[in-house]
Design a protein around this ligand. Structure first.
Ligand SMILES: C[S@@+](CC[C@H](N)C(=O)[O-])C[C@H]1O[C@@H](n2cnc3c(N)ncnc32)[C@H](O)[C@@H]1O
Length: 304
């Protein structure tokens, strides 16, 4: 089910990978997305870590609280909380050694694998996704500290989710903008009333308009900046139809695909939303310059 012909097309012209979003464990997800070099979560790892460091700097030593929206199997949690890279995860979930394990056996093996690679003062990660099997796996493997299979496009969060989200320092999204709108963010930020408003960090494909979300966030006092001049490869186009669709959308928006989508990859913009005074104090470029200069994701020194 992984070649371009057998994958289902959504109305947007983007191939749907929905068949691997809610499996009982993440092997199918990684083995399918890996074929198309899905890599945005690796960029998320280095940018989100830097944001957390800044956000927590000068505050108490308690672990930061991250809400991962569209968390899937807990991929961002794996990358934020542990000394692992996205390549490690592709290797692990594609390995012959794990191929024959049941999902329950894999969850036990994963709990051990991640447990032995946990970073000091790792963040607490709360996951939200509509895919209940995926969220359940993230919890069983110890990746997510709390998780909810809820669709906040359609309704308010449960009391349990509300409580977890109320402590958020940072909300993150990789690969999820397009599925969720300002409605989901509004419902999440409502949970934080009376506490410092969390920052919101999201990657969105270049042809997806983020204005509806940034305008919803502005209702909570958050000012959105995009990291202009930098784009991030999301994944390879599955086929020519995807490529043509993306190029047509970009042309309609007056965006030049040269050296980016023209090379065969979806590219995403990065958006960060914070209270105005923090934006004025240090714009997003300045804030993220050290990680952008450092280049490729690396966890080997364990210092980020
Ligand atoms: C491309 S995956 C991204 C997963 C993960 N963040 C990553 O980067 O690997 C998109 C995810 O969005 C989830 N999703 C779709 N609609 C959603 C909604 N309304 N609310 C929350 N999650 C949703 C899907 O179930 C899927 O797990």
């Amino acid at each position: 089910m992984t070649d371009g012909r057998s994958l289902h097309h959504q109305k947007s012209g983007k191939v749907s990978f929905a068949h691997v979003y809610d499996l009982r464990d993440p092997r199918g997800y990684f083995n399918t997305l890996g074929k198309f070099d899905y890599s945005i979560a690796g960029d998320g790892q280095r940018l989100f870590r830097m944001l957390l460091e800044t956000r927590k700097n000068g505050t108490d030593d308690s672990p930061a609280c991250v809400v991962d929206v569209c968390c899937s199997y807990g991929i961002n949690a794996a990358l934020l909380k542990h000394h692992v890279t996205l390549d490690d995860l592709y290797e692990r979930y594609g390995s012959e050694e794990l191929r024959t394990l049941s999902d329950e056996e894999l969850a036990v093996a994963d709990a051990e694998y991640y447990g032995s690679r946990r970073r000091e003062n790792a963040s607490r990660v709360v996951g939200v996704d509509v895919a209940s099997n995926a969220v359940s796996y993230g919890l069983r493997a110890g990746l997510l500290d709390a998780g909810a299979a809820e669709n906040l496009e359609d309704g308010d969060p449960s009391e349990a989710l509300r409580r977890e989200v109320s402590r958020a320092d940072l909300m993150v999204v990789t690969g999820g903008v397009g599925y969720i709108s300002g409605r989901t963010f509004g419902r999440l930020l409502d949970c934080c009333a009376g506490r410092p408003t969390p920052w919101v960090a999201a990657f969105a494909l270049r042809w997806v308009r983020y204005e509806e979300i940034s305008s919803a966030l502005s209702g909570y006092g958050l000012v959105t900046e995009s990291l202009g001049g930098h784009t991030f490869r999301q994944r390879r186009f599955v086929n020519d139809a995807e490529r043509e669709y993306a190029l047509t959308e970009l042309a309609a928006m007056g965006i030049d695909p040269e050296g980016k989508e023209s090379e065969g990859y979806y590219h995403a913009n990065f958006y960060l939303s914070r209270p105005r005074e923090q934006v004025l104090e240090k714009p997003v470029h300045e804030l993220l310059e050290p990680v952008l200069e450092a280049g490729e994701p690396s966890d080997r020194d364990g210092c980020r």
